[in-house]
Design a protein around this ligand. Sequence first.
Ligand code: ADP
Length: 251
Amino acid sequence: MVIVLILASGGIAGQAVGRQIKLNRLKNDFIATVSHELKTPLASMRVLADTLLEGNYKDQKQATEYLQLICKENKRLSGLIDNFLTFSRMERNKHAFEMAKTSPALIANAAAEAVKTKFSKGQCEFDVNISEDLTDVSADHDAMVTVLVNLLDNAYKYSHDDKHIDFRVFNEDGLICFSVSDNGIGLSPRAIKKIFKRFYQVDRSLSRRSEGCGLGLSIAKFIVDAHNGSITVDSKPGTGSTFTVKLPAVN
Ligand code: ADP
């Protein structure tokens, strides 16, 4: 009996140590990734600001271009920091969602509105189709907007020129479905298995160029799980992807 107890407590202690090691590794990975990701935009802002201060520009047009680049990098930095903060709150399990009976159309419109300006600047055809007979969902409005904006942003980032992004919201078997389709680079079956894992990126150099850090989809999945929903992807390399979020409808 005593031996069983000692073995059992040893097992529990071993599990706790294992968890702690895993957590420490995660923290170290996190700090390394955050520092690395923040350094790049900071460095380019510094170079651009120095160039302007030293008067190393042809004319006002070029100076304005540099200032616009600084603004762009600054926005990118804010986006990265937002993602890191959401992620770190999630990891500490402190993300308190404020669930309320909400119209899926309101959520979808807010997400579409958030990306509209960016999409209209690129070569992008953006179709939004929100069904009129949608039942309400129980959701944290802002968190669900974050999910959809992440999916829409990805559809844009991982498509070549002549992008076609289709955003649909509809009822299906008592569930409210939000689907985002693109005609972009697509995903291999191997990548599909991993994309919801934190920090996973299929092509790091491509993702870096397109402002990624491998957290958007893991944040989306965390939020959707907290809503008792599901998030899935259907994709083929070279053809495009469709991400679908399903939430239970409430009456
Ligand atoms: P990131 O910040 O790198 O975009 P995400 O977690 O949002 O991170 O996505 C993880 C990876 O999944 C991306 O780096 C990219 O390789 C892949 N991915 C996500 N969305 C798409 C998409 N619509 N088409 C192709 N690949 C995608």
